[in-house]
Structure formats: C-alpha cells, structure tokens
Design a protein around this ligand. Structure first.
Ligand SMILES: *Cc1c(COP(=O)(O)O)cnc(C)c1O
Length: 220
C-alpha cells in the first residue's frame, strides 16, 4: 500500500473514532483531502485508494491539475477552499463542484450572475472569519446571518453551510462551537472545519466536513 493510501486509511479511522466518541455515525463526517502544492500523482494515489472528495486553494493550480484526473475519475468532487477573486469566478465554476469561500456580497453577486449565465449551480458555503482576525478572509461572525440570508434568499445561491479556519495558536474549541451555532441557527447542514492538527476537536464540536492536507499527503 502506498504511503498516501496508508495515511488516508489512518485518517478515516481517526475520523470514525472521533465521530463515534460524539455519538455520531462515521458517515456523518466527510473527508475533504486537500491537495494544494502536491502533484497529480499524489492525487491519483488517493483516488486509487478510493478517496473522491478533494480541496484546492487556488484556481490556477486546480486548472493545471484536475481536468485530466476528472476525465479518469468522473465521480470525483472538487471543493474550492481558498480565496476567490471576482475575475476568477468563471474559471472556478468550470472547475469546482463546491465553493466553500463565499465571503462577501460582491463576490456572491458575481457568482450568482455567472451561475445563471452558465446554468450551473454548485453548492456553496459561507466562509466566516470566526476569530475576526484582520488578515483573514471570511465574513465577520456578526455579519454572517445577513450574508447567508442575502445569498440564499435574494441571489438564490445554493448555500449549504459554513466554513472557517480558527485563529492559529489558540484553543480552537470556542471558535468551532461558534461556527456550528451559526450553521444551526440558519438551518444549514454543512459545517466545514478542522484540519490536520485539529480535526478530531472539530468533529467533537459538530464538524460535518473536515479538510485534511498534510496528514494525508505530507508536509508542504
Ligand atoms: C491547507 C488548508 C487545509 C489543510 O491544512 P492541513 O493543515 O495541511 O491539513 C484546510 N483548509 C484550508 C482552507 C487550507 O488552506
């Protein structure tokens, strides 16, 4: 078994154990394998091991890496988990099945326009700057409900949930809990949180989707 297949199986076992510890089924938590900076061969190894859901940070990198893989594995699902500029929206819609980083009204408007033009309506998540950190992307927590309502009810985007990265070097638990609360009070089912270093904590706080890169593919 390749290193990647072995790491994937370890991560899946850890996800299942963390879900069970919270009284949830292992199927209640999806694994998004984050491939950024790793090449197509690494992605193929994960695909051959049965992984089908992947995340990429950058539109350009995804464009270079994923179209051939998609031809080989038509059932894969690709999530955009990095910042999206409005001038990249058209390309992003051609590449990604889920946009996890809707974080401002202007981007939401451009997305809605391009989705209508292309008639493709991918699932979207609202990215929340859960620690209200100045350098970070994401809508501020106290504006999240408004952005969700605007995107869903006025623009017709398929908003399925929320996504966040808590502040580094702090206990992530209160931030994870707050993100899960934002999802719950808005009736959203997807809570995307938790990375290589903290996905078990995120699952304990209600993550339905974890985004794991280095623990599968190695350091960057
Ligand atoms: C890189 C990245 C991840 C994965 O991080 P690891 O620590 O390598 O697991 C998850 N989410 C986002 C948004 C990322 O940019």
């Amino acid at each position: 078994m390749s290193d990647i297949a072995a790491s994937l199986s370890t991560i899946k076992a850890r996800i299942a154990a963390a879900a069970a510890a919270s009284g949830r089924s292992p199927d209640a938590v999806a694994l998004v394998a984050v491939g950024k900076t790793h090449g197509a061969d690494a992605m193929r190894a994960a695909l051959l091991a049965g992984q089908r859901v992947f995340g990429e940070n950058r539109v350009q990198e995804a464009k270079a890496k994923w179209p051939d893989l998609r031809a080989e594995f038509p059932d894969l699902r690709l999530h955009l988990i990095g910042p999206l500029q409005t001038n990249k929206v058209r390309e992003a819609l051609a590449l990604f099945d889920v946009i996890e980083t809707v974080d401002r009204p202007k981007l939401a408007r451009v997305l809605a326009g391009e989705m209508a033009r292309a008639d493709i309506w991918p699932d979207c998540l609202i990215e929340v700057n859960i620690g209200a950190e100045p350098q970070k992307a994401g809508v501020l927590p106290d504006q999240a409900d408004r952005l969700i309502t605007f995107c869903r009810d006025e623009l017709g985007l398929r908003i399925k949930g929320v996504m966040a990265i808590p502040p580094a070097d702090r206990d992530p638990q209160p931030y994870f809990r707050q993100l899960a609360e934002i999802a719950a009070r808005n009736g959203l089912s997807v809570v995307s949180m938790g990375m290589s270093g903290d996905f078990e904590t995120a699952i304990a706080c209600g993550a339905t989707q974890v985004r794991v890169g280095s623990a599968i593919f190695g350091s960057r």
